[in-house]
Design a protein around this ligand. Structure first.
Ligand SMILES: NC(=O)c1ccc[n+]([C@@H]2O[C@H](COP(=O)([O-])OP(=O)(O)OC[C@H]3O[C@@H](n4cnc5c(N)ncnc54)[C@H](OP(=O)(O)O)[C@@H]3O)[C@@H](O)[C@H]2O)c1
Length: 354
């Protein structure tokens, strides 16, 4: 089971915080929390997303690592693995000090394709191993070079194998040393149960959409009981314009931005922190990792200062924001009812991904 470990970041962070502190605020230390996965490996609580802005990723990854980020999340389908690999090298931070995770894409789910796909990622990332490999979604697309294989009507063509067969192929890879841990992303509870019943490896991680508008309390608790660590993607909720552009969640994507909720500003003022930092701290204080994406230096620095202790009354206030609003739902485009037994699947609309 993932366990909780805290350490105080170098005193330089504390000094930086103190210099910004308002007289009425609580004195809080910035921590460097990490968790222990069910493999025994450590994963940082605070990480760095790399979806979008490929031209900026090399420099941004490098700078984020130099500033102190130690968890990098990427994926084959983001088309940024080469840039991420160059960024890691450029940073000068030793590879063994960085937790690097990537994701297998759905056109490479045939068991005979899985190891080759991992090798492609390792080549582009220019690393002999990844710390984590996730199945990006439970849906299987037709095997072949086309990442989004569509028929004449533009509908996605499904693959012929199941995600359980893909999982068993990933299990074998853990014995090669090329991948230290395996996990899933965007699975329903039932789909995770299928893996637990049908294989001998419990996923180390489930990466899924979690933020104050979509807290998934029951599912998160259940994952914990199974020893599966949650990594929150889109931890800031509807900050990413991508959700408005795809139209996957047409109505709710126009809700007030999570970070504009007045209660977050009020809580932040008590600690001398911004709403973004409060949202990230909420995830970490819940025992999860968060992987905000940013290409802007001051934002990355702000995100790095988001690991601090929130008082129980503030956690309780944030709990009231749970609107069960899911922004990432490509079910209709992928021809697969995703998240079928989870919260926040009403109102999904067909929005083309690519
Ligand atoms: N497994 C999956 O299916 C899946 C799905 C979605 C995302 N992910 C992963 O999760 C990562 C994060 O998700 P996301 O990019 O959707 O959402 P996010 O990290 O919640 O939001 C990103 C947006 O927030 C802005 N931002 C970041 N830090 C900020 C700060 N301190 N102040 C103000 N604005 C800030 C960014 O601005 P700028 O870009 O301008 O810097 C960007 O527009 C992705 O990069 C990816 O690695 C995984």
């Amino acid at each position: 089971m993932a366990s909780f470990q805290k350490a105080t970041r170098a005193s330089v962070s504390m000094k930086r915080f103190i210099s910004f502190q308002q007289p009425s605020t609580r004195s809080v230390a910035t921590r460097a929390t990490s968790y222990t996965l069910n493999t025994g490996a450590k994963i940082p609580a605070l990480g760095f997303g790399t979806f979008q802005d490929p031209d900026s990723q090399e420099d941004t990854v490098s700078r984020a690592l130099q500033k102190g980020m130690r968890l990098i999340d990427t994926a084959r389908v983001y088309n940024v693995e080469e840039q991420v690999g160059r960024g890691i090298k450029k940073s000068g931070v030793p590879r063994e000090d960085i937790f690097v995770g990537t994701k297998l894409w759905c056109n490479d789910y045939h068991p005979e394709d899985v190891e080759r796909a991992l090798d492609d990622s390792l080549r582009d990332l220019d690393t002999p191993y990844v710390d984590l490999m996730l199945m990006h979604y439970p849906c299987t697309f037709q095997r072949g070079p086309d990442r989004f294989p569509r028929n004449a009507e533009g509908r996605m063509i499904a693959g012929e194998t199941t995600y359980l067969e893909t999982w068993k192929a990933m299990e074998k890879l853990t014995r090669t040393g090329k991948v230290k841990a395996i996990g899933v992303s965007n699975f329903s509870k039932g789909e995770v149960e299928t893996l637990l019943r049908g294989s001998s490896t419990v996923p180390a991680v489930h990466q899924m959409e979690v933020h104050p508008y979509l807290q998934q309390k029951g599912f998160n608790q259940w994952l914990k009981t199974k020893g599966i660590h949650t990594v929150q993607f889109s931890p800031l909720g509807n900050m990413n314009d991508f959700y408005r552009q795809t139209g996957w969640s047409k109505d709710i994507s126009h809700m007030m931005r999570v970070i504009d909720q007045p209660i977050l500003k009020e809580i932040g003022e008590k600690y001398g922190k911004t709403p973004v930092q409060v949202v990230l701290a909420w995830g970490i204080n819940s025992g999860r990792s968060v992987i905000p994406k940013s290409i802007v230096d001051w934002q990355i620095e702000q995100n790095l200062e988001a690991d601090f202790e929130l008082q129980p009354e503030d956690m309780a206030q944030i709990a009231t924001l749970d609107a069960k609003a899911r922004f990432n739902d490509p079910s209709l485009d992928y021809e697969w009812r995703l998240y079928s037994d989870l919260e926040g699947i009403e109102g999904t609309v067909r929005g083309l991904t690519h």
